[in-house]
Design a protein around this ligand. Structure first.
Ligand code: NAG
Ligand code: NAG
Ligand code: NAG
Ligand code: NAG
Ligand code: NAG
Ligand code: NAG
Ligand code: NAG
Ligand code: NAG
Length: 580
């Protein structure tokens, strides 16, 4: 039997709200399953590296509502086979309450589903973290002007009492995280987040089972490292749970979220800024086990060489500061949940080598923010019909040796197909490039794999492109109806590329419609808008999102949108007039 601490009556000012309501089921103190107590540092070290089952049980209103099919044991096997040691299972309860105050009963079938998914993970001998997820921006938003804090605490207590009761007999490889990225912008909010941690601990302990000895990863406002450093307060010692801190890391914002044309990363300044962030959280919590429960640099919109260097650097820096990592995967980024294949195997390989301290060779790419163009050693763009000549790309070897280069099943011949210098310059020779770029069919023409020892292999995609023709420029497009996106048609196949690099919106007087302050940035970023919220693309062309369309409507004058293509600086631009 696990020991169970008595519930103290007057710990918190709203203690009466925190007492189990008479209607609560009695705690289960009769687990027959084993529980091997773990310290928080052992638990958190064993998470590394972890993967997030994102956009799944956290989807609103329920599992399957967003972009992912329901999770199955095969999903978890694929994650385990890729070398992950843990799964964070975000769960949203907002739409699963079947009664209101004061009981806040949760649908029993939903609790059973959560329990079953936890079992899927534990059955594969992986560690798991379960949380309360998007509730943080609905009923549990402590910053909402109408927030009834007493009621949020009452509901949060009841929620965790039921969840922890249901999961109380699971083994010690299951840990709990109180709540995901709960908003908070002031010290007062920070103090309320500390109270949420304590309400959670109270509920978990009251729920019985093995929960009194279960590891928890507590949180600060926004699960942001800086705010956690400023406002986090250690929990009352009466709670015996081993605890660490979880925070999330998506920085620098502009690179990770494709904002303001920031498609480059990896200068010494970029690397130092990342290290300073990770070091500051470690500096504030020198004796606390730390886990970055979410981070990502998605292949969807980010350039590969910059992204792979980011992966490598973040993983090594987190390791240096003894911080475990769990990759965020919304289902569109890394693991294809239908085919169970990884969309970017190089990123997975970098993750598994870097986490074990194995050095990796990495592709160079432009890092200078004042550069007017961007080159990359992950992608070689050849302008169709231009003269084919020997072409060099540089790599940072980091104590690696190139062992071979393969093209499908064929191994390339050194000195005939390529040369490779001891300092990491790869030169692809004219005969090889001629064979790949003839005939001059546009689009990706070949993937070469560079095999290194001891680190990860790298891939190099050879693409034949044609700059955007000026014939696309003359178009004037009317504004679509309110609430709709504007489509700028792009004949992708005539360019050899399938996605834009950046989009900007320029008023007649030359100022920028969105984020005019970006005029102070380098040429690659000036006036560029943010991917996702402001622009997107599909097979038909580039979409200007409805919010930006409304800005144009308010202008009452025409605005020129410029779509810029890869490779930046050479891929050309298309300018269209909208509205007016
Ligand atoms: C309570 O413990 C028993 C014995 O381990 C177990 O069979 C039962 O499922 C537990 N109930 C809950 C709600 O965890
Ligand atoms: C790193 O953390 C692990 C687990 O949290 C702990 O066991 C270990 O002592 C730490 N190592 C260093 C060098 O701080
Ligand atoms: C399960 O994982 C633990 C480490 O968390 C390891 O010590 C143990 O050998 C693993 N068991 C099996 C059956 O793989
Ligand atoms: C706030 O919530 C508590 C607990 O549910 C409730 O008793 C109280 O009436 C609520 N206050 C308001 C102003 O709604
Ligand atoms: C604690 O965090 C703050 C905010 O990020 C930072 O300025 C400070 O340097 C950190 N302290 C230590 C000792 O690292
Ligand atoms: C390349 O040249 C061929 C032959 O002149 C022509 O048919 C083709 O359109 C050209 N392709 C591009 C992208 O310029
Ligand atoms: C290159 O690899 C990508 C990703 O694996 C694949 O989608 C594409 O078809 C390959 N291209 C060529 C030309 O082999
Ligand atoms: C087409 O429009 C783009 C973006 O406004 C501009 O950079 C480019 O020079 C234009 N091309 C021609 C031929 O007018």
């Amino acid at each position: 039997m696990p020991s169970r601490r008595p519930s103290p009556l007057l710990l918190l000012s709203t203690a009466s709200l925190l007492l189990p309501h008479p209607a609560l089921a009695a705690p289960n103190n009769t687990c027959t399953t084993p529980f091997t107590p773990l310290s928080a540092s052992t638990f958190i070290a064993a998470l590394n590296p972890g993967w997030n089952l994102g956009n799944t049980l956290d989807a609103l209103p329920t599992e399957g509502s967003w972009n992912n099919p329901p999770v199955q044991p095969s999903t978890i096997s694929a994650v385990r086979s890729a070398g992950y040691a843990s799964v964070r299972i975000p769960v949203t309860y907002t739409e699963h309450f079947v009664s209101g105050s004061p009981n806040w009963d949760i649908d029993r079938q939903w609790l059973q589903r959560v329990s079953d998914v936890v079992d899927m993970v534990l059955a594969q001998n992986l560690s798991a973290i379960i949380n309360v997820h998007h509730d943080s921006t609905s009923w549990a938003d402590i910053t909402a002007p109408s927030a009834n804090i007493s009621q949020i605490e009452e509901r949060f207590y009841r929620l965790w009492y039921q969840v922890a009761g249901k999961l109380g007999c699971k083994g010690s490889k299951l840990g709990f995280e109180p709540i995901n990225e709960i908003p908070g912008t002031t010290a007062e909010h920070g103090a309320q987040v500390n109270r949420m941690n304590e309400v959670f601990l109270q509920a978990v302990n009251d729920a019985g089972g093995w929960n009194g000895g279960r590891v928890v990863t507590l949180v600060g406002a926004g699960e942001d490292g800086g705010k956690t450093s400023m406002w986090f307060k250690r929990p009352d010692k009466k709670f015996g749970n081993p605890w660490g801190i979880q925070y999330h890391y998506y920085s620098p914002y502009d690179f990770i979220f494709s904002a303001w044309g920031k498609t480059i990363w990896g200068s010494d300044a970029d690397k130092a800024a990342l290290e300073a962030d990770i070091a500051a959280v470690r500096g504030n919590f020198s004796d606390v086990p730390l886990v970055i429960g979410e981070w990502s640099a998605s292949p969807t919109a980010l350039e590969s060489a910059a992204r792979w260097r980011y992966f490598d650097h973040l993983i090594r820096t987190a390791t240096k500061y003894n911080t475990s990592l769990m990759l965020w995967d919304n289902g569109n980024d890394y693991l294809d949940r239908n085919s169970l294949t990884w969309r970017d195997p190089i990123a997975q390989s970098i993750l598994s080598t870097a986490i074990h301290g194995i050095p990796n060779a990495l592709p160079d790419s432009t890092t200078d923010p004042s550069s007017p163009s961007q080159s990359s050693s992950a992608e070689l763009y050849h302008r169709a019909n231009s003269t084919i000549k020997d072409t060099s790309l540089s790599f940072a070897l980091n104590a690696n040796t190139l062992t071979s280069i393969t093209h499908g099943t064929r191994t390339l011949t050194p000195n005939t197909d390529y040369t490779f210098s001891p300092t990491g310059t790869l030169t692809l020779l004219t005969p090889l490039l001629t064979s790949i770029f003839t005939p001059p069919t546009l689009g990706p023409r070949a993937n070469l794999t560079l095999h290194f020892t001891p680190g990860t292999p790298l891939s190099l995609t050879l693409i034949s492109f044609s700059p955007a023709p000026s014939s696309l420029n003359s178009t004037t497009l009317p504004l679509p109806p309110s609430g709709q996106d504007l489509l700028i048609p792009i004949p992708w196949s005539a360019l050899g590329t399938s996605r834009p690099a950046a989009v900007k919106a320029v008023r007649g007087d030359g100022t920028y419609l969105v984020d005019d302050w970006t005029q102070w940035l380098g040429e690659l970023q000036r006036g560029r808008m943010t991917y996702g919220g402001q622009w997107d693309w599909d097979g038909r062309g580039v979409l200007v999102k409805s919010g930006v369309v409304e800005m144009v409507r308010k202008e009452g004058k025409g605005v020129r949108f410029e779509v810029e293509f890869w490779p930046r600086g050479e891929g050309g631009r298309v300018g269209v007039e909208v509205g007016g």
